[in-house]
Write a protein that binds this ligand. Structure first.
Ligand code: RB5
Length: 148
C-alpha cells in the first residue's frame, strides 16, 4: 500500500502525455502528492530522457514507487528495467496491475497511453498503489531476477 504522505513520481513522453495529465488530476483528487517529471506537452520527445530520471530516483530509494507512460508502454518499461532495484511492469488491464504487485513486487507501473482506456488506467493505478506483495513463494523468485 503506497503511503499517501509520500511523493509519487509520474513521467511520460508525448505518447503518454494525455494519460499522464488525466491520471495526475485523478490522483491529486484522491489525495496523492504527485511529482510530475514531464514531459509537458504532446510535442515529440525521446522517452528515455523522461523515464531515466524517474527510474534512477526510485532505484536510489528517493521515491518508493512510480508511474511511467509512453505510447506502447514498452520503451518506458525497457528503460526503467535497466536499473538493478527496479521492477517495472507493463500493464494493460486490472488483473495485470494486481498480479504485478502480488507476485512480482513491481515498484513501477508502465502504461501504454495509446492502447488503454483512460478510466481503466485510473483503476489499474489504484490497484497498483494499494495492493500488497504476496511474499511467500514469490520472494525467492523476485530475488532471483537481479541475480545475473
Ligand atoms: C513514440 O512515438 C513511441 O515510440 C513511444 O511513445 C513508445 O511507444 C515507445 O516505446
Amino acid at each position: 500500500m503506497f503511503d499517501k504522505s509520500k511523493i509519487l513520481p509520474i513521467a511520460s513522453d508525448h505518447g503518454g502525455y494525455e494519460l499522464k495529465e488525466f491520471l495526475k488530476k485523478n490522483l491529486i483528487k484522491e489525495g496523492y502528492k504527485i511529482k510530475d517529471l514531464g514531459t509537458g506537452s504532446t510535442e515529440s520527445v525521446d522517452y528515455p530522457d523522461y523515464i531515466h530520471p524517474l527510474a534512477k530516483s526510485v532505484n536510489e530509494g528517493i521515491y518508493e514507487m512510480g508511474i511511467i507512460i509512453c505510447g506502447s508502454g514498452n520503451g518506458s518499461q525497457m528503460t526503467a528495467n535497466k536499473y538493478i532495484n527496479i521492477r517495472a511492469a507493463l500493464c494493460w488491464n486490472e488483473e495485470q496491475a494486481y498480479l504485478c504487485r502480488r507476485h512480482n513486487d513491481a515498484n513501477i507501473i508502465s502504461l501504454p497511453g495509446r492502447f488503454i482506456d483512460f478510466n481503466t488506467a485510473v483503476k489499474m493505478v489504484n490497484i497498483f498503489l494499494t495492493t500488497e506483495f504476496e511474499g511467500g513463494r514469490h520472494i525467492k523468485r523476485v530475488e532471483k531476477i537481479s541475480r545475473i
